[in-house]
Design a protein around this ligand. Structure first.
Ligand code: ADP
Ligand code: 5GP
Length: 227
């Protein structure tokens, strides 16, 4: 686990809880396919995941925990588990997170219970089934260490300007928040070389097809190794 304040230098944040009691990953990865979709905020991760789920209804989206305030229309347990700082600290102490990170002044994390939930399902509908994590880059690194067999895909924008337009067009963030997200995005774009798979989300249909082909190809070739 990284030292949280160092991930977000310059942004005020309360001290993290000690991490001595965090347990090592105990996820039975063989029970579940995990797809990590990462990349800058506003690049279209959520949009692409929805397109992927429309093709493959057996894919479930992990519901992350966050200390960020709900946006208008967001629902507890559907969009996020909205936690106070104290509750987030408590979950860290319990070792409840597969990964967590600071992003633009708030904490976000994947609960192990989400991965267990997906792994405990029986046979799903036709097509690939598994769990999709939509997370930022630092969290993706932690999942890579804990579950190296998970597919990791970095979604890149065609240009930084297009990314700005998407963030503005989405209408969910203030001007300050958009600038903060773009600042993080520049650093994230620099780390895309770490990822085995990079998809440029220029034309949505093309990017969605590319993502679907990748998932079908990788998980199909792992049949037998993972029942
Ligand atoms: P993220 O989940 O990465 O933060 P979203 O899926 O919320 O991003 O997309 C951000 C905005 O960009 C949304 O308004 C979405 O409709 C739009 N968008 C997504 N993909 C494309 C694309 N290929 N071309 C143009 N706009 C897109
Ligand atoms: P937003 O505030 O726009 O919902 O999310 C901000 C960023 O946090 C996005 O890049 C999103 O992918 C990321 N994020 C959402 N959930 C998680 C999580 O569980 N873990 C990590 N590390 N990042 C997350």
């Amino acid at each position: 686990m990284p030292h949280l304040p160092e991930q977000d230098a310059g942004r005020p944040f309360r001290a993290p809880a000690p991490r001595a009691r965090v347990q090592p990953a105990a996820i039975d990865a063989a029970r579940s396919h995990v797809l990590v979709v990462t990349g800058p905020s506003g690049v279209g991760k959520g949009t692409l995941i929805r397109a992927l789920q429309a093709r493959f209804p057996g894919l479930e989206l992990s519901v992350s925990a966050t200390t960020r305030a709900p946006r208008s229309g967001e629902l507890e347990g559907r969009d996020y588990w909205f936690l106070s700082d104290a509750e987030f600290d408590r979950r860290i102490e319990q070792g409840a997170f597969l990964e967590y990170a600071v992003y633009a002044g708030n904490r976000y994390g994947t609960l192990r219970s989400e991965v267990d939930r997906a792994g405990s399902g029986g046979g799903g509908p036709a097509g690939p089934s598994g769990l999709v994590l939509e997370i930022e880059v630092e969290g993706a690194r932690q999942v890579r260490a804990a579950m190296p067999e998970a597919i990791q895909v970095f979604i890149a924008p065609p240009t930084v300007e297009a990314l700005r337009e998407r963030l503005v067009g989405r209408g969910s963030d203030s001007t300050d928040q958009i600038e903060s997200r773009l600042e993080v995005a520049l650093a994230e774009l620099g780390s895309q070389r770490e990822f085995a798979h990079v998809i440029v989300n220029d034309q949505l249909d093309n990017a969605a097809s590319e993502l679907a082909s990748l998932v079908a190809r990788v998980w199909d070739s792992s049949k037998g190794a993972q029942s």
